[in-house]
Design a protein around this ligand. Structure first.
Ligand SMILES: NC(=O)c1ccc[n+]([C@@H]2O[C@H](COP(=O)([O-])OP(=O)(O)OC[C@H]3O[C@@H](n4cnc5c(N)ncnc54)[C@H](O)[C@@H]3O)[C@@H](O)[C@H]2O)c1
Length: 443
């Protein structure tokens, strides 16, 4: 059934993409966009750039590119800004992170990358123990720091002549914080900023500043940030799109593909042991137990929701699930993620699956940053305010409305995303029922 399209403001003018953090993920994203603009690399992995969308019945043969179907900002219209406590510009950071080939992909765009210099960050080592920051704002209170971020946002917009902005957290994982009294209402949150409450992390100040400036905000790390009641309420009151959290890139992406398969076939799971080695700065930060705990929570939740042990106690009621991340410098950004999965089938006979994913962390994350920037901008222009659950596809711990459980299955998330695009444009959503292709006769 078709509906009338939702009014979506056109994507005219420049879109400023502000990344919090100018490390491996952010610079790989920025460089990749510039390389794609110059025809020097393809934006592989980006649904907005390479994906198509089927419209109508299978017999109609309509499958335009997503970017031709919906009004998205074009790569040509993106301009980049960032904050980082490390003062390196994007060129220096690219070389330091070592993700992209220096000669093939960094030197040819050297001047462009040098032009992206980080603004002073709101940073506090209490929240990221393994980092030291020099390029950091000073402020008496957290409120003052948030106001300084708001000024940065306004100044960037004016300086670069941007029509709209979007912010994506690509900064380090902060320590584990549980939602507390300071996060419940806007009044308690603002008071807590004034009294420098320890439960108000820098990431929350960026989210607050973005929303106050009407800038959509996506959180790519697992730390508590825009997923607290005060920020969620602020976002819907001010009509700003928010969402997170934690880019779903490597091992968890595989998990959210494999686990639904076991459940679909009613195969049992006795144990799932996941371990990673990685040697980039992210790995170093996650080597701190407090930052690791934040990541662990995000990675562990997935199986519980997908396998629903409460509904299938014989199959999934007794799983041993373990996730480890080990910092191992020789590998740099090239992560190795191993999974050992103990499953059981007919009459309880055991089987094993081993997965060894030799991936590149930032190569997998960069297209997600691009898609999130473009889709959050779309959401904002379509006036979809508050939590953007339809973008769960991109996150390990999708943020959902209170009272809902998150949907983790990658292909359900993918269907949800595409159906949201169809709905936005007034096309029929696709249910895959398909009875119209057959003659079943009347019963
Ligand atoms: N690459 C992936 O596949 C992937 C997947 C999921 C989540 N993530 C998350 O994305 C984030 C970025 O990963 P990365 O590999 O680029 O890490 P990175 O260490 O290379 O970059 C993070 C940058 O953030 C900066 N930073 C820290 N605190 C900041 C603050 N308060 N304000 C501004 N900047 C700050 C750091 O100085 C650093 O330059 C991490 O939190 C990581 O856990 C990455």
């Amino acid at each position: 059934m078709t509906t009338s399209p939702r009014p979506v403001a056109p994507a005219t003018g420049k879109l400023g993409v502000l990344t919090v953090g100018l490390g491996a993920v952010a610079t790989t994203f920025i460089a990749g966009v510039e390389l794609a603009r110059r025809g020097m690399a393809r934006p592989t992995g980006s649904l907005t750039q390479m994906g198509t969308i089927r419209l109508g019945k299978r017999t109609e043969g309509r499958a335009p590119l997503i970017k031709d179907f919906i009004p998205l900002a074009s790569l040509e219209d993106l301009v980049f800004g960032a904050w980082d406590p490390v003062p390196d510009n994007a060129y220096e950071s690219c070389l330091h992170c070592g993700v992209l080939d220096k000669h093939e992909h960094v030197e040819p765009i050297r001047d462009f990358l040098k032009s992206v210099t980080p603004m002073q960050a709101v940073f506090d080592q209490h929240y990221v123990k393994r980092l030291e920051g020099k390029n950091v704002k000073a402020g008496r209170t957290k409120r003052e720091l948030a106001e300084a971020l708001r000024k940065d946002i306004r100044d960037f917009k004016a300086k670069h002549g941007c029509d709209r902005l979007v912010m994506v957290w690509c900064a380090s994982t902060e320590i584990f914080i549980q939602p507390g009294p300071a996060h419940q209402t806007l009044a308690s949150f603002e008071k807590a900023m004034e009294t420098n409450d320890i439960t108000i992390a820098p990431s929350m100040l960026y989210a607050y500043a973005a929303i106050m400036e009407g800038v959509p905000f996506a959180n790519g790390a697992p730390n508590l940030c825009c997923d607290v009641p005060a920020i969620e309420q602020l976002a819907s009151d001010r009509g700003v799109a928010i969402g997170g959290k934690d880019f779903k890139t490597g091992q968890t992406m595989l998990k959210t593909v494999l686990a639904p398969m076991f459940k679909a076939r009613m195969l049992g799971v006795a144990g799932w042991y996941s371990t990673n080695i990685l040697g980039n700065r992210d790995g170093e930060v996650l080597d701190d137990p407090e930052s690791f705990k934040t990541k662990e929570e995000s990675k562990l939740g997935v199986l519980e929701y997908i396998l629903q042990p409460q509904l299938y106690p014989e199959l999934y009621g007794d799983i041993y699930h373990k996730v480890r991340i080990n910092y191992y410098p020789p590998r740099g950004d090239n992560k190795e993620g191993w999974d050992n999965i103990d499953i059981f089938g007919w009459c309880g006979y055991p089987m094993q699956i081993k997965v060894d994913f030799l991936c590149r962390d930032s190569i997998l994350a960069a297209p997600l940053v691009l898609d999130l920037a473009l889709f959050f901008d779309l959401a904002q222009r379509a006036r979809l305010s508050g939590i953007q659950e339809w973008l769960s596809f991109y996150f390990k711990s999708p943020q959902v409305a209170p009272g809902l459980y998150p949907e983790h299955d990658l292909f359900i998330q993918h269907t949800k995303l595409k159906n949201t695009l169809r709905w936005l444009m007034g096309e029929s959503v696709i249910t895959h029922l398909g009875v119209e292709y057959y003659e079943y006769g009347d019963s």
